[in-house]
Design a protein around this ligand. Structure first.
Ligand SMILES: [Zn+2]
Length: 460
């Protein structure tokens, strides 16, 4: 049981522009649910373990629903900021890094997953996916199992994708042969991970998504079969789409069609589908997204970092297309700073559309309700009685927020320099406490990650 006492500014639904902050209220969390919100709450005995109440003083904090990250590649933590591709665009960047990434092993997957989820949790994220599509030859372990173990260690609500690549250089794709798999193997393992790990409960800690990497790294048959498999189990679908003009050119050259047209023909579209990036859509294509209910996972830092372009988020929101937010892989951001990503989302739209392009509540909508919808968690994204106890608390009574408290919610995006949550609570458990991960030795994890990074980059 957790009792947040005397919140400085509680926003039950920051995505709602009319949401007024509640000040001086308490929030009681029982088991994994928000059980009461009100003044002067005292923990009720609530069954057996009445003694174990953790009281958190929230009198300095803005309290918001935890954020949902909808696109990432955790293993890329080990290749952040590599000098050789600091200034490269996507296809060049990929071709270089595949040669390094083919060296990842079990330890690399486990450690990078903990680092990425740790950084996400420390910046207010309470639920994330991961898009792992790289299966080096000789990697025999249960990769998704290692990632779920890492999620348990951090305490993250986790909906990883079973990613895939089947086309290598010899088929006209970008990756080396040693990191792609046969389509039979991909489909068999996709079925296995769904049956072994997917929990359809609205407040599950483990869900599974299927995610062929992109239209330029798998075949039509694999996209179609993956979509059918996912739908037979009721799990979500995800892929990269419309990220660069090179991708448009590749699809036109290879298939004679633009990427979204291919997705329509390959059944990879609909309310159960999300596309990472979604930058280069035409007006007609935005209409296709709207009609089909397909979602876009916006990755502003990555798009800026790789010079890929500016997604038309303002226009998507006007058309009521579902948009979520994501930090993207750690080699193209190169941070997993979720609150920082929200600030980037706010500003990037303004470069293109002007200062009134997108508001603070709209950015919170991407980060909360939008993400919850993409990953299919219908009871997270609000602080409401009976909803999942996923919350982020930011201490705004610090120097970097001084003078910004006329609008405490907007202060989180307009001001602040370190984006660190004071507390992050996931499924009723304190995962970040006074800015640090609970139960994870951050110094040791950091050293391990640096050691592995040096090793795999050297052998690249
Ligand atoms: Zn990506």
């Amino acid at each position: 049981m957790i009792l947040l006492k005397n919140c400085f500014a509680l926003y039950p639904d920051p995505a709602d522009p009319g949401c007024e902050p509640r000040s001086g209220v308490d929030v009681l969390i029982e088991e994994n649910l928000i059980s009461r919100i009100g003044k002067d709450l005292a923990p009720l005995k609530g069954g057996s373990g009445a003694g174990a109440v953790q009281i958190i003083d929230a009198s300095r904090c803005v309290v918001v629903p935890g954020f949902v990250n909808t696109h990432h590649h955790f293993y890329q933590v080990l290749t952040r900021n590599v000098p050789a591709v600091q200034n490269a665009k996507l296809f060049t960047w990929l071709v270089y890094l595949y040669e390094v990434w083919k060296n990842i092993d079990e330890e690399a997957v486990s450690v990078s997953s903990q680092v990425a989820m740790g950084e996400l949790a420390k910046t207010g994220c309470t639920c994330t996916t991961d898009h792992h599509y790289l299966y080096p030859r000789g990697f025999a372990a249960d990769l998704m199992g290692l990632q779920f173990e890492a999620a348990d260690r951090v305490g993250m609500r986790f909906a990883p994708t079973r990613g895939s690549m089947s086309l290598s250089k010899k088929d006209g794709g970008l990756p080396p042969d040693s990191v792609v798999q046969t389509e039979e193997r991909i489909l068999a393992d996709s079925r296995r991970v769904i049956e072994q790990y997917h929990d359809p409960d609205p407040l599950a800690m483990r869900k599974v998504v299927l995610a062929p990497c992109s239209p330029f790294s798998v075949s039509k048959e694999l996209m179609v079969e993956t979509a059918r498999l996912a739908r037979s189990y009721g799990v979500r679908l995800h892929t990269h789409l419309a990220e660069t003009q090179d991708e448009d050119a590749y699809c036109l050259r290879t298939h004679g069609k633009r990427p979204l047209k291919l997705m329509e023909e390959w059944e990879f579209i609909g309310e159960d589908v999300s596309y990472a990036h979604g930058i280069h859509f035409t007006d007609e294509e935005l209409e296709v997204l709207r009609r089909s209910g397909t979602a876009v996972c916006h990755c502003p830092s990555s798009n800026m970092r790789l010079g890929s372009g500016i997604a038309r988020v303002k226009e998507m929101l006007e058309r009521k297309i579902t948009v979520s937010l994501a930090v993207d892989g750690s080699a193209s951001n190169d941070a997993s700073d979720f609150l920082g990503e929200m600030r980037q989302a706010l500003f990037l739209q303004r470069i293109h559309y002007g200062a009134d392009a997108i508001t603070v509540p709209q950015v919170f909508a991407l980060a909360t309700a939008g993400g919850a919808r993409v990953l299919n968690f219908p009871r997270i994204g609000k602080i409401e009685q009976g909803w999942g106890a996923d919350l982020a608390l930011f201490d705004v009574h610090t120097l970097e927020y001084a003078g910004a408290l006329s609008d405490p919610l907007a202060a989180l995006l307009f001001a602040g320099i370190n984006h660190q949550a004071a507390y992050t609570i996931i499924n009723g458990r304190v995962v970040v406490q006074r800015g640090g991960l609970v139960g994870v030795d951050e110094a040791e994890l950091t050293e391990k990650a640096n050691r592995i990074a040096a090793r795999i980059q050297k052998t690249g």
